[in-house]
Design a protein. Structure first.
Length: 451
């Protein structure tokens, strides 16, 4: 059965209608979100503005013994320099609207990549149906799609606003690079992912995939952009203590990371931390008995292996994730696809790599999981518009149960922390990872659709 795709005019008309529907809701969300932002105490934002202030003065920005240290690459302090110049009372409001703009930009890019399917004539529409009937069916189906996206990924996107986090900056550049790569614009894709990696190191996973797929221009431009952004703070704001900012970042944090093991850096990362939902962090908590429980550290262990067994188990799990991602991103799967199918596949690959960013990162707290919107949207699109696959449907239900229904707002802090310690968000991410890999695999076996 071939997929029915609309003309360019239909896609443009659908995008305009989508904007008319979304704009009133954006206004409501903006007003409510701004009110909630000013009701909440400052959370992550002062970490970034303080780092920017210190960098401007040449003072040390990496202070792991502080309550909330700045742990990101030095380039990520620079975007917050203009914000630091504003009065403190305005900083939260301005940053909220910056995040709103980034969220809208992400949704616009995402919908453009999905438009050939969202704007298509719904399958099963009678041939004698008029345009109004077809449009009504299309809108109902798209409304269901976005509602399910909100149910499954809304928790993670809203966490960015709740914590006044900077994760949407990284997400925007990842999405921009994905959009450009789907349109076969290698230089723009590489530059965007390089900038994202200079903000938060984990998007670097995109560059070896570009090499793997023979997109050497994208990989080279991405590497150059990454290096240039990492060195830029040293050129513009030299470190008063001598040495380089990037060297200080590496020595303070990155050098403490050991593959296969939960990250441990004094004052910044601890091996047992229920907020850390990466693969090895959850493995460590489930494998490490705690005799003297406290509010922030309690026994959730399922087994008690030796340190060597635990380390090599972590190695195998990480290598398994990498191997599945490498297989799913084989260049041959993209051959013979038309532009719309090619872009959609690249979106699926980006969703898989977004899961890798979270699972393989040394520290993945709740705001970082906003990028799960990509794999969730990709899998939902396939389920609603392309194939009713039971495996994908089951995994999406699991994401809802262990990802959405386990929020502290529903369960309370104590039970919510107990479940976080057991890795609910980690397992939801694994469900998204395997669902995306499954769709990428079976979609690669389909014959390209004919117009």
């Amino acid at each position: 059965m071939t997929e029915r795709k609309p003309t360019d005019a239909a896609v443009t008309a659908g995008s305009r209608a989508w904007w008319k529907l979304a704009l009133p809701w954006l206004v409501v969300v903006a007003v409510l979100g701004l009110w909630i932002t000013y009701k909440r105490a400052p959370d992550e934002l002062p970490v970034y503005t303080k780092a920017a202030e210190r960098m401007l003065a040449g003072e040390e920005i990496y202070r792991p013994l502080e309550n909330k240290p700045f742990t990101y690459p030095p380039f990520f302090a620079m975007p917050f320099m203009p914000l630091d110049l504003l009065p403190e009372v305005l900083q939260k409001g301005v940053f909220f609207f910056v995040n709103m703009g980034l969220a809208v930009g992400i949704l616009v890019l995402l919908r453009r990549m999905l438009a050939p399917w969202l704007d298509a004539r719904p399958s099963g529409s009678p041939d004698d149906a008029n345009d109004e009937q077809v449009a009504s069916r299309r809108w109902r189906k798209e409304a269901l799609f976005w509602f399910l996206c909100f149910l499954l990924a809304g928790r993670h996107v809203s966490a960015v606003f709740e914590n006044q986090s900077h994760d949407l900056v990284v997400f925007f550049f990842v999405m921009l690079g994905t959009y450009a790569y789907g349109r076969r614009k290698q230089a723009t894709a590489g530059a965007s992912q390089g900038i994202a990696a200079a903000c938060k190191a984990t998007p670097i996973v995109f560059l070896p995939v570009y090499l793997w797929q023979g997109r050497f221009r994208a990989a080279i431009v991405g590497a150059v952009a990454l290096v240039a952004m990492l060195l830029l703070p040293d050129l513009l704001f030299p470190r008063a203590a001598g040495g380089t900012w990037v060297g200080a970042w590496f020595d303070t944090f990155i050098s403490k990371i050991n593959p296969g093991q939960a990250a441990e850096a004094p004052g910044a990362w601890s091996s047992w931390n229920y907020l850390n939902q990466n693969l090895t962090g959850t493995l460590y908590r489930l494998s490490t008995p705690i005799a003297d429980a406290t509010e922030h550290a309690f026994d959730v262990s399922l087994w008690n292996p030796s340190r060597e067994v635990l380390k090599y188990t972590g190695y195998l799990l990480q290598l398994g994730i990498i191997a599945i991602a490498a297989f799913s991103c084989l260049p041959r799967w993209s051959r013979g696809l038309d532009d719309a199918q090619y872009a959609l596949r690249k979106l699926g690959e980006a969703g898989l790599l977004a899961c890798c960013m979270l699972l393989l990162s040394p520290m993945s707290s709740k705001s970082h999981f906003c990028v799960l919107l990509i794999p969730i949207a990709w899998c939902l699109l396939d389920l609603l518009y392309r194939k009713r696959d039971r495996i994908v449907g089951t995994l999406l239900v699991l994401i809802f149960v262990i990802g959405t229904l386990t929020t502290k707002g529903l369960l309370g802090n104590q039970l919510g922390n107990q479940l976080l310690a057991r890795g609910t968000v980690t397992f939801a991410t694994l469900c998204a990872f395997f669902a995306t890999a499954h769709v990428l695999f079976y979609s690669s076996r389909r014959k390209p659709a004919q117009d």
